[in-house]
Design a protein around this ligand. Sequence first.
Ligand code: SF4
Ligand code: SF4
Length: 266
Amino acid sequence: MFKNLSIPVQRLYVQITAAIVTNSYFLAPYLKYLPCPSLNCYACPAANFACPIGTLQYFVIIGVFPFLLLGILFLVGGFLGRWACGYLCPFGLFQDLLAKIRKAKLEMPTWLGWGRYVSLVGVAIIIPAITKEPWFSKLCPAGTLEAGIPIVGWAFFKTKALGQYSTILGMTGWLFWVKVGLLAGTIAAAIYIKRPFCRFICPLGAIFGLFNRVSLLQIKVNHHALHLPADCRKICPVDIDIRKDPVSAKCIRCMQCTKCPGVSQK
Ligand code: SF4
Ligand code: SF4
């Protein structure tokens, strides 16, 4: 029955299931220290896994090589390239849902994609190494959505509605409002631009994207079919035409473009 569904619907089911599994709370005592292959905030009260970028920053700060983390990322990336971005990541799903809001989507210059590498090398590695603070996690909009707002919201409810004392509210300062502003900006952008955070900012997407060229899962383009008319870019959640570059680091391997003439999964 699942096979009879279109690829976008199959993908949506897998994304929702992955978001629930990643945040189902009950497995947290066993899995919380294991990095998952998606950007899911460790501080989220329901999260089962550690965030790979939070883990990377932690090891940078303490000056230890992250063997297990890199092993997991290399294994997933080596087999599947950026597939986890297309199917497993809750923040990718969140942006896909925002993109469904019927607004004309803006085309963005391709050089903005370098932002992912700036985030990875600058914000998630060099700055934490110098300041000993995990600055990507401090500013991450996925963290604000999954952890910051629920935790502060619950503290606010406890204080105002239940009359109980909470230390969290007293600790909520300017940084929290900067984070809320970044999340609001990401949400607004995702309504008008397809997956802006994944395409221009996410360091985990930058890591997985490096594997698209060598991973076992590939997209095959039959160049004889290239002249056939099709708007492959329109159906792509990251706004690319895979026929121009089948190993593009931007492709999240969602496979939706396999309905374009000459494009198939390999
Ligand atoms: S690029 Fe980052 S936020 Fe986007 S789907 Fe991949 S891991 Fe998630
Ligand atoms: S190029 Fe194809 S497989 Fe890659 S993200 Fe776009 S639609 Fe999905």
